[in-house]
Design a protein. Structure first.
Ligand code: SF4
Ligand code: SF4
Ligand code: FES
Length: 538
């Protein structure tokens, strides 16, 4: 692979790659605002300027400038090298590039910073971006001087509602056009643009339109400063109190990689942000996925129930045992769930085996909107995982048919959610003699349950999900288990123990070992990381 030198270090690059991209792949950040790894490079912020050293037989391109000489007490004519934007300049074999080691570059960064902050309101104490703002970070790294301008700054529109999800603050905007380019290049809906000139520049929404659709949250995510905020996260939390877990979106079969940001003091999730993965979601998530972090708290089942009455977990397990003992094995159905992890599904498949029933079914959410950007019609995170474990399992519709025909009289179901919840389905579920449900979220199964055991959600335990491409991905634990909930595989083990059958495992580690060899290889250790402080935005 060809290489160039950046501050004396060899940097490999793919032909055609920009200097900034090649450097960022090596974990070296060249300061930038307008560049984003997933978007085109307009080179308009000038923060990424670097010095390109001439080859032995070449002359450097120099610019005539005037410089203040304190000894002379006057300006004098000098020359300085013409700096180039690293975001647009392609890397070339053997090129020597100076970034942090060039006095000219350091000087330029300082001035770009000062220029960008001339009219900036500096309302960091009430800005949602504070703590993860590039203006703040780069001021500290590359400027560190107080504001010199004493004039009234230019005022622009504030708190402009761009649409149902996004609010714009013109005074905080650095006109990087990342939001404009995202809507045009990724969302394929060029609804944003820039108007006016110079310090009157503003981002605006096309007349007669609003910023809407399935990818509006991404405009806020790519904004390097606090100019775009989501109505959902605005004024809700300070980011330095948040911790993050490497998660996987549960919204559909795409399995977008995400950061789940939560406040450990309140055991509360506050937002989802995309986690870069070129093979799955690149740098993006859809709006439905970004809001799906709410499912960590909404629609949850966190207490055991016997019918509609609250119960302890132990009592519920004892009741399940009573109801399932001495029942003909072929009348008992075990239902897997595409909403739950591979580990949970494995545990229930093993429970079925231990109980001696071969009547396996699977359930989960139904289908919905799809596009050719990210969103899949299958609204389950683990359909492929269930198919790996039990390819011949029958569908929810077949389960209801078998119940109506009295072939199935007892059900042990993982997951509360079903593909549909029509009145006639509820009537069929009402015919079941015993319905034992282990679930994290409410649904038709939990509504009709005789015994309910509360399971931890994907946010409260480490679990593996197989996306539609067959990729196994781990969603790490962020929150502590809520209420009496515990991992569904633990409930499966408790049920097996109560029924006096051997389920074959006692620990998560044993389940994971058993899963090696079933379908795709297990996720690498790199995909498993402990909760950490939120990662910097690109
Ligand atoms: S709103 Fe944000 S992303 Fe859009 S141009 Fe302004 S600073 Fe850039
Ligand atoms: S495309 Fe699917 S997996 Fe990705 S963010 Fe949206 S709902 Fe989540
Ligand atoms: S990042 Fe290169 S000019 Fe903006």
């Amino acid at each position: 692979m060809p290489t160039f030198k950046l501050d004396g270090k060899d940097i490999p690059f793919e032909p055609g790659e920009s200097i900034i991209k090649a450097a960022s792949k090596q974990g070296i950040e060249i300061p930038h605002y307008c560049w984003h790894p997933g978007l085109s490079a307009p080179a308009n912020c000038r923060m990424c300027l670097v010095e390109l050293m001439p080859a032995a037989n070449q002359r450097a391109m120099m610019l005539d400038i005037v410089e203040w000489d304190p000894k002379l007490g006057d300006y004098k004519n000098v020359q300085k090298p013409k700096l180039q934007p690293a975001c647009q300049y392609p890397a070339t074999e053997g090129q020597e590039v100076r970034s942090d080691t060039s006095a000219h570059v350091l000087e330029a960064r300082k001035h770009v910073q000062e220029f960008l902050l001339l009219n900036h309101p500096v309302d960091c104490p009430i800005c949602d971006q504070a703590g993860e703002c590039k203006l703040q970070d780069y001021w500290l790294e590359h400027q560190k001087t107080p504001k010199r301008m004493r004039d009234e700054p230019v005022h622009k529109s504030k708190a402009v509602v761009f649409g149902p999800t996004i609010v714009y603050d013109g005074e905080r905007c650095v006109m990087c056009t990342r939001c404009v380019r995202f809507m045009e290049e990724v969302a394929k809906d060029p609804v944003l643009d820039m108007r006016e000139r110079g310090n009157l520049n503003e981002i605006f929404v096309a007349p007669g339109r609003q910023l809407e659709g399935h990818y509006t949250f991404m405009t806020e995510h790519v904004c390097p400063v606090g100019a775009l905020t989501t109505k959902d996260f605005r004024f809700k939390a300070r980011v330095w109190f948040l911790r993050t877990a490497k998660s996987v979106c549960q919204g559909c079969a795409t399995g977008c990689n995400a950061h789940l940001d939560f406040d450990p003091r309140y055991n509360k999730a506050y937002r989802y942000r995309p986690r870069d993965n070129e093979a799955v979601n690149k740098h993006w998530m859809c709006d439905e996925g970004m809001l799906s972090y709410r499912a960590a708290h909404e629609g949850r089942l966190i207490e055991a129930r016997l019918g509609r009455k609250a119960s302890s977990v132990d009592k519920a397990v004892a009741d399940a045992k009573k109801r399932l003992s001495d029942v003909p094995k072929e009348s008992i159905a075990v239902v897997l769930s595409a909403q739950h992890s591979l580990e949970d599904n494995f545990a229930f498949r093993e429970l079925a085996r231990a109980m001696g029933t071969t009547s396996l079914y699977w359930s989960g959410a139904g289908t919905g909107y799809a596009d050719d950007i990210l969103i899949d019609a299958d609204k389950n995170p683990n359909t492929a995982g269930v198919k790996e474990l039990a390819g011949s399992a029958k569908t929810y519709a077949q389960l209801l048919d078998d119940v109506r025909a009295s072939r199935i009289t007892h059900i042990v179901a993982l997951g509360g959610i079903t593909p549909r919840s029509e009145p006639e389905d509820a009537t069929a579920l009402g015919m079941v003699g015993t319905l034992v449900v282990v679930a994290s979220h409410e649904g038709a199964f939990s509504d009709a349950s005789h015994v309910l055991l509360p399971a931890t959600s994907w946010a409260e335990h480490s679990g593996t999900y197989v996306n539609k491409k067959g990729l196994r991905q781990i969603a790490e634990k962020g929150l502590e288990p809520q209420g009496a909930s515990r991992p569904a595989w633990e409930h499966a083990r408790a049920l097996a123990k109560a029924l006096g059958v051997d389920i074959g495992f006692t620990k998560l580690k044993e389940i994971r070992t058993a899963l090696i060899g079933v379908g795709a290889p297990p996720p690498s250790a790199a995909q498993v990381a402990p909760a950490q402080t939120p990662a910097a935005r690109p």
